[in-house]
Ligand binder design. Structure first.
Ligand SMILES: Cc1cc2nc3c(=O)[nH]c(=O)nc-3n(C[C@H](O)[C@H](O)[C@H](O)COP(=O)(O)OP(=O)(O)OC[C@H]3O[C@@H](n4cnc5c(N)ncnc54)[C@H](O)[C@@H]3O)c2cc1C
Ligand code: FES
Length: 256
């Protein structure tokens, strides 16, 4: 685990309250695997507050990229960070996704849940399909970035039908699972997003006897296993998302 002071190279607003934060962190970028997270010290809150956890959208060429949504005090304060500033980042933290997949990789993301799936899509060899869902087209993030990744097809869904299928992202997902099964092809599921989506993908992995890899983003305090704030129930009892997760096998999760 590294604790690095990192120069902010880019801090760019992309609309609807989302921003890319790109920092220079060569050692961390070399060590990170998709699905792991970093813990960011927000400079304006440095003396008084805890760090905030973020998935890694990309780690390449000595840079770590975060895609974040402004939701509260910490992320609002993070908005004030300027290009050229230095911020403190702890990582890599947690366990990542497997970076090998037997058959087609079905990546299912909701909201900023597409962030770790982008890094994963870049690392996974073979065929990938990204299923991205949101309320409107403004909630479909980084689609232009996924379009640049080789062997990656996109299937979109919005609740209002403004882009892609009208309804939940499980609509195109279920169609694709049925097609793959009809052809006798293997697949694995990978997901990050709101709990409803995580449960839906867990159900599909179990129902189809396919491997499923679920990113459980629980509220975190310490981020390093000491406080037990980030508990997820699993077949092994109470697991800490920051240590045993955030990526869990679908077959190990217990949803209440
Ligand atoms: C492993 C992990 C990876 C994450 N990756 C990303 C990412 O890539 N991009 C991103 O934008 N955010 C990500 N998050 C969520 C991010 O950490 C929170 O949004 C952030 O900490 C909120 O801080 P705040 O002080 O702005 O909000 P707060 O004032 O603490 O909370 C504001 C609102 O956000 C909700 N919230 C806080 N933490 C979470 C959480 N973990 N999950 C869902 N809702 C939360 C609160 O319930 C509240 O409604 C991740 C969280 C974890 C645990
Ligand atoms: S955040 Fe403290 S144990 Fe996970």
């Amino acid at each position: 685990m590294l604790d690095e002071k990192c120069k902010v190279l880019v801090h760019q607003e992309i609309g609807s309250g989302y921003r890319y934060l790109i920092v220079e962190a060569p050692k961390m970028a070399a060590e990170l695997v998709p699905g792991q997270f970093v813990h960011v010290k927000v400079p304006a809150l440095e003396m008084s507050a805890l760090r905030r956890p973020f998935s890694v959208f990309d780690a390449t060429d000595g840079m770590v990229v975060i895609l974040y949504k402004t939701v509260g005090r910490g992320t609002a304060a993070l908005n004030g960070v300027q290009e050229g500033d230095e911020i403190n980042i702890l990582g890599p933290l947690g366990h990542g996704f497997p970076t090998e997949c037997s058959g087609t990789a079905l990546l299912v993301g909701g909201g900023f849940g597409v962030a770790p799936l982008h890094f994963l899509a870049k690392r996974l060899p073979g065929k990938k399909i990204l299923f991205a869902g949101g309320r409107t087209q403004n909630d479909l993030l980084a689609i232009d970035r996924f379009q640049l990744i080789p062997n990656t097809e996109l299937k979109l869904a919005t609740n209002d039908g403004s882009v892609g299928a009208k309804g939940f992202v499980t609509l195109p997902l279920d169609e694709t699972i049925a097609e793959l099964k009809a052809k006798g092809e293997k697949f694995e599921l990978f997901t990050c997003g709101p709990d409803g989506l995580l449960k839906a993908v867990t159900d599909r992995a179990l129902a189809n006897d396919a491997p499923g890899w679920i990113s459980c983003d629980r509220h975190m305090v310490c981020g390093v296993g000491a406080c037990y704030a980030c508990i997820q129930k699993t077949v092994r009892g109470n697991s800490r998302c920051c240590i045993e997760g955030p990526i869990f096998a679908a077959k190990d999760l217990i949803w209440e």
